[in-house]
Every structure is written in structure tokens, then in C-alpha cells.
Design a protein around this ligand. Structure first.
Ligand SMILES: Cc1ncc(COP(=O)(O)O)c(C=O)c1O
Length: 399
């Protein structure tokens, strides 16, 4: 029996959808709000994009600032977290020998941004190895601090890691790095809507987050937060009019980011609708939605670990609404063709109608399954995943 809440989404009921984490899934109500913005834009494109948009963005930004517990002045919309990371890293003035610190749980696209900026400046990327499986958060903090040197200029730290679904203790990491004089860029691609955020308290140098994932906004909605003392040096990934065109009453930071050339801004404008929709789903609002998803991810992990005979790679306290487990030995043997989709992920989808990412991670690389828990998921979905994995691994080694 699928969850009745699935009717809020447009998801295909014939697919067991356990990958909210990659691209989210936008609820019908939020898509309707976006459609209204679009209709308004197309009725009078110039009025909308030229004259109305600045105030509309300000209004959406205020609502987002409330949700993130931040000041709207410190916040801009971007298209996605990749754009946020690009803006920060490519705005740095690096010198030869400088170091950009990341971890081996980071996201490939963002590592590429570090590598590109480093190679242009003769700087280098240093990768802290965070153990996985792991016992507790102190191992994460220790691994990161062990990789710090006097040349470390910036640390890019994931709030929730993509390949391993760990919630990093970002507040402790930011403070510990600050004590060494090091700026942190928090890559919070998965965090808004999955964990409570208080950016005004966290106050790293920079924080970028996606809204299309766990806030359930339309695709194209993400943000970049920057501490006031870092805003002047920041340039968006796309330089546009705002570089030399000041608008009265707005900061240069907003001027530079609010107009990245002509694009459909309705995803940004629909963020308040998404925040409001998430708040209305359960009586306890966002807190209840986050807690339910976190508990579902933990209980699903326990169920699957039992069925697949795997040990838990981290304590429940380090999980939000996703979790990972090592796949059985038989599925580790399948060859991997770089540049193609993982064959286990493909077969889970094509043969068993289960949409779930299979990640190859670690040294040597091993296959993990990363499953998400959103309000539309239920225990039956994880049973289906468990049975599909067992059938695939049995097929791999028949008899
Ligand atoms: C940790 C992390 N950073 C950045 C990104 C990039 O997000 P986007 O493709 O929306 O830019 C992702 C995507 O899932 C991610 O997991």
C-alpha cells in the first residue's frame, strides 16, 4: 500500500521512488503556484521581468530568510548549489601554493570547481579522508583538522554528504576552522528541509543550499548566503548588469546576483509557496516533516540491514532523511564502465521498478545503495528495495 500522501506529488505510481535526494520531486500545489507566476510573466513579459521582478525577488528572499533564520541582506538566489560553489571558489584570489581543503565525501562537480580554480592559480586541492564506516562525529572533525596546514585558504565542507548521506557536525567544524583563521564554504545541497538551519548562528563564511531537493521547490531554486565581510569580493558564476548598475536601496551583493541574464525566475518566486506547503503538511510543520523523514530513514536502514545482512556504517544520530548501506558481495563484482550508469542501479530500475542511486565510493571502490525517505515513502518501499537487491544478488551467483 503506497502512502496516501503520494497524491500530493505527480510521481509515477508504478515506480518505487527512493531517490528524493538527487533532484527532489515538486508537489502539485507548488507547481500550480509556479504555473501562476509563469502565466503572469507571459501575459506581460516586460512589465514582469523588468519592472516587477526586483520587488518579487525581495519578497521571496524575505520568506526564505525567515526559513533559514538569516538576514535577507546576506542571501541571494542562485540556480543550484553548483552555481553557489562556483561563485565562491572562483571569486577567491589564490596564490601559488595555497590549499583548498575538502573531504573524500564531497560531490564530484564541486570538487571539479576546486580543482579548476586551484590549477589556474598554481594552488592545490587537499582531500581529508573521513573514515566510513564511523563511530561518531569526532572522527569527522579530527580528519578535517588533520588536513589543515598554514596554506589552507578555504575548506569546502558538505553539510550532508552525497555518497554516504552523513550529517557532518558543521557548526563544530566551522568554529574549529575559524580558530585556525580558515573560511568555510558549507555545501548544504541536501540540508534545507532535511535538517534545521539557523544560518544567523552558524555564520560560516559562505553557505549554499538547494531548495529543489528537501524544500520541494521547483528545479532552479537554490541560494547562496555570505557573511557580510565576504560579500564585496563575491562575483556570481555569471557576471551581468549588476556589476556596474546599482539599484537604489539594494546592496551590491543583491545587484550582482539578482539578474543573471534572462531566465525563468519562477522557481525562485515559488520558494515561499514551497515553504508554506511543507509547513502545512503536518500539524507540527517543518519540524514534524523533518522528524518523520529522519525516523523513516533510520528504520528503513535497520530493516534493510537485517534483510541484506549488513552492519550499520554510522550511528542514527548522523542521519537525516537519507541513509546508505553497503551492497552484498555478489553485487560488488559487476564491472563498472566509467561514463555509464551503474549496472546495479540500472537493473534495479529496469527489472524491479525501483529508482534508487547506487554509489561507488571509497578505496577500493565499493558499491553502496543510498535511499531517501520523503513523506510519500512507506515501509513497503524499502521492503521492495530489499527484495530487489536480494533477487539481483542471487541472479548474479545462481545456485
Ligand atoms: C553535496 C552536493 N553538492 C552539490 C550538489 C549539486 O547540486 P546541483 O546539481 O543542484 O547544483 C549536489 C547534488 O546532489 C550534492 O549532493
Amino acid at each position: 500500500m503506497p502512502s496516501p500522501l503520494i497524491d500530493h506529488w505527480m510521481l509515477d505510481p508504478s515506480v518505487v521512488f527512493l531517490n528524493h535526494g538527487s533532484f527532489g520531486a515538486c508537489p502539485r500545489a507548488v507547481l500550480e503556484a509556479q504555473a501562476e507566476w509563469r502565466a503572469r510573466m507571459e501575459r506581460q513579459p516586460v512589465q514582469f521581468l523588468w519592472r516587477d521582478l526586483p520587488d518579487l525577488i525581495d519578497n521571496a528572499r524575505e520568506k526564505l530568510a525567515d526559513f533559514l533564520k538569516a538576514e535577507a541582506d546576506d542571501l541571494v538566489f542562485v540556480a543550484n548549489a553548483t552555481a553557489g560553489v562556483n561563485a565562491v571558489v572562483r571569486s577567491l584570489r589564490l596564490s601559488p601554493g595555497d590549499e583548498l581543503l575538502t573531504t573524500d565525501h564531497d560531490y564530484n562537480a564541486c570538487r571539479n570547481v576546486l580543482a579548476e580554480a586551484a590549477s589556474r592559480a598554481g594552488a592545490k586541492v587537499v582531500v581529508a579522508k573521513v573514515p566510513f564506516p564511523l563511530r561518531d562525529e569526532t572522527q569527522i572533525i579530527e580528519a578535517i583538522l588533520a588536513a589543515v596546514t598554514p596554506r589552507t585558504r578555504l575548506a569546502m565542507i558538505d553539510h550532508i554528504t552525497s555518497p554516504t548521506a552523513l550529517v557532518f557536525p558543521v557548526a563544530k567544524i566551522v568554529r574549529a576552522l575559524e580558530a585556525h583563521g580558515i573560511d568555510t564554504l558549507v555545501d548544504g545541497a541536501h540540508a534545507p528541509g532535511a535538517v534545521p538551519l539557523h544560518l544567523g548562528l552558524l555564520r560560516p563564511a559562505y553557505y549554499t543550499g538547494n531548495l529543489h531537493k528537501w524544500v520541494c521547490a521547483p528545479k532552479g531554486a537554490a541560494f547562496l548566503w555570505a557573511r557580510p565581510d565576504r560579500q564585496d569580493a563575491l562575483r556570481p558564476a555569471i557576471v551581468s548588469h549588476g556589476e556596474n548598475t546599482r539599484r537604489p536601496g539594494r546592496t551590491p551583493f543583491h545587484d550582482r546576483f539578482d539578474w543573471p541574464g534572462t531566465l525563468d525566475p519562477t522557481a525562485w518566486l515559488s520558494v515561499p509557496a514551497a515553504i508554506q506547503w511543507g509547513a502545512s503538511l503536518f500539524p507540527g510543520g517543518w519540524e514534524e516533516l523533518r522528524d518523520r523523514n529522519r525516523h523513516l530513514a533510520s528504520s528503513a536502514r535497520a530493516l534493510l540491514a537485517g534483510r541484506l545482512n549488513q552492519t550499520l556504517p554510522c550511528p542514527n544520530e548522523l542521519l537525516a532523511s537519507m541513509a546508505t548501506l553497503l551492497l552484498p558481495a555478489a553485487l560488488q563484482q559487476l564491472p563498472f564502465d566509467p561514463g555509464r550508469f551503474d549496472p546495479v542501479q540500472m537493473r534495479l530500475h529496469t527489472e524491479h521498478s525501483v529508482e534508487v542511486p547506487v554509489v561507488r565510493w571509497g578505496e577500493p571502490k565499493r558499491r553502496y545503495v543510498r535511499f531517501s525517505a520523503q513523506a510519500y515513502n512507506c515501509t513497503e518501499d524499502y521492503r521492495a528495495l530489499g527484495e530487489a537487491i536480494i533477487r539481483l544478488s542471487n541472479g548474479q551467483h545462481p545456485g
